[in-house]
Design a protein around this ligand. Sequence first.
Ligand code: GLA
Length: 765
Amino acid sequence: MDHIQIKDHTFLISTKDTSYMFRVNKYGHLEHLHYGGKITMEDVDALSYKKYILNGMTVAYDRKDDAYSLDSLPQEYASYGTGDFNEASIEIDSGESFTCDFTFDAYDLVEGNVPIKGLPSSYGAEQTLIIHMKDKVNGLKLDLYYAVYPEENVIGRRAVLTNGSGKAYTLHKLMSYCVDLIEDDLVLMDFSGAWDKEMHPNDRKLTQGTCVISSRTGFSSNKNNPGFIIKKSNTREDTGKAWGFNLVYSGNHYSSINKNEYALHRIQGGISPERFYLKLKAGDSFETPEAVMTYSGNGLNKLSQNFHAFINEHIVRSDWKKKERPVLINSWEGFGFKFKKDDLINKLAKNAVKLGMELFVLDDGWFGRRNDDKRGLGDYDCNLKKIPGGISSLSEEIHKLGMLFGIWVEPEAINIDSKLYEKHPEYALTESDREMLFGRNELLMDLTNPDVRDYIVENVSKLIDDNDVDYIKWDMNRHMNAVSGTYNHEYIKGLYDVLDRIFTPRPHVLLESCSSGGNRFDLGMLCYSPQIWASDDTDAIERIDIQKGLSYLYPLSSIGAHVSASPHMQTLRKTPLETRFNISAYGCLGYELDLSLLSPIDKAEIKRQISYYKKHRKTFQYGTFYRIDEEEPYEVFQASGAETILTKFRRIVHAVPVYDKLYVRGLDEDKTYDIESKPYLHNLRQFGHLVNFVSPVKINGEGHLMTAVSKLKGMEASFQEYTASGAALKEGICLNPLFMGTGYNDKIRIPLDYGSDMYEIKEHE
Ligand code: GLA
């Protein structure tokens, strides 16, 4: 089937489950007709916005036509100064005027994609439609690109502006896309947060006016992710209409939803126009980053599944594309800056390998004078006091143990207490006439300077090649302060250039990007790094929200998720080991704690967890993911591949629990399934003096005996088995009862605050 059909100046872009339609009207404007479920070419007139007379204050486009105004017409891209008082998609200044009026000139249809100069973008599109537009008065040219990904229900959008006039212009704003939806009762779901609190979904009912999601920190930011969703107010995980948007970009971004008095919602996004300006000389062009959009008529799960499949297939590159990611051990939370090679080998690596971990990652603190976060960034010489023999000897020993070797770098930043700064202070990004402003004691490097880029490329490449490095954690820990014009954009292009030069020739290296956790979780970075560290907040309960938020826009294979120590270093919360694993399993599993401090029983549990994870890794990382609508205290994640793995996370236990049911999505209703709970141990210490209810002898629940025994023994959680049809599982089956304070037997489930149950659901043989 032709996924882009063109008839009488009407364009219909079709994916498996969605249609996108617009046409050239009699004035040459691009009139948006539809973005949603499937329609056909024949529906063009029925779908068009009917207007036979102008009302009230409306400014008419043509004096002879009193029914035509751009203020109420849904459009493909909005000019300024044409009687359209909604937000414009472009702002360009000739020195005298900002007015422009783009009308259709011609189109091209090409197979595959058209890459963007200097910016990453999606690949593997079926076809790309290019609409060429022209302003008849000033000679500016605008090209709109539509790349179609039929299987994943995604359309890639971007714009290119060319100054075809004879004089210079100043460009202030050029959005990557614009979609004018005529729908009412819409809600914006954005993903906002902070360091340690990334990606919290936030619903805002759209009322008349403009809602903005943006970043001013120089990067995509943890404050407002560039991705967002527009949904009807009654849309749920499995029902209702939803539109998803994201940018393939890592710099300052801006998206707005402008609702006018007729409930026309103009949705657009791209590079932030705040303090952006670019002199566009005659003949110059400017290309926006790519935006991607999807639609689901079946709720948010389907929308997320579209994005997940798209990212895995058309964004992620390298040998790690669609490849199962290794279980890793990271040194940071266990050791920070204080470690010696012996600790790394004897306390971490040797234990890790015994427990089944596959990748050893040496985090911060291995180079220069870096014994705290005040110094050393910019230098790449190994601290031989900490690691005698250097990185190559450590890498060799790790490889001998049978693990992959990974290492942390923060190449975009510099400390003034570093050898590099002594030699090249000009590499730092500062404002010459003002005090330097530090973030985490560091300055950014000027990535617009080719010498800086060469320095980074040389040093990181050498680090990888000389030490047989299999994995890099690429960190970046501060905001970009006080920049204007195109500086931020040029920096981001510099970053992409550096990443491209280091990693494209080394596709075997697994790159995990990080920015104080999830400060740069975006599709631009995913073009280079198949996975991204989700958050420095590794508290399992907080992670439910963070990973759930990420799952709306990003696949589980892209989410770095680690089990860390309890009580947790940031929240001081105690969380069962089981739940810490259960949440990290829905992502790229790692462990980040001092393994030498674990009790024998916790080690045995971790070993059992890792072998369970490996058995189901494909499902956890690449399965079809569902969030299941359930009320407090539950949060439910489901991943379905060859089998289904569903986890019910519980927050606070109540003395009188409500009925506890298991709802499973996406099964064959006519088939029968076996359901088994994942075995795990309860830690005896958490029962304290209560053990005396079952113990034949009196025990001090907080005494030495209890401590000693609980390091060696645990209490096996009640094992649950059920058999049910796919139809019954869709309706919800009743689970075994939860403990209610009156008696216990092996059928009773012990819930615990912050407890969780993981189930495997397999077709009955
Ligand atoms: C950042 C990262 C952490 C860790 C530290 C090291 O905060 O997000 O994971 O690597 O830096 O300094």
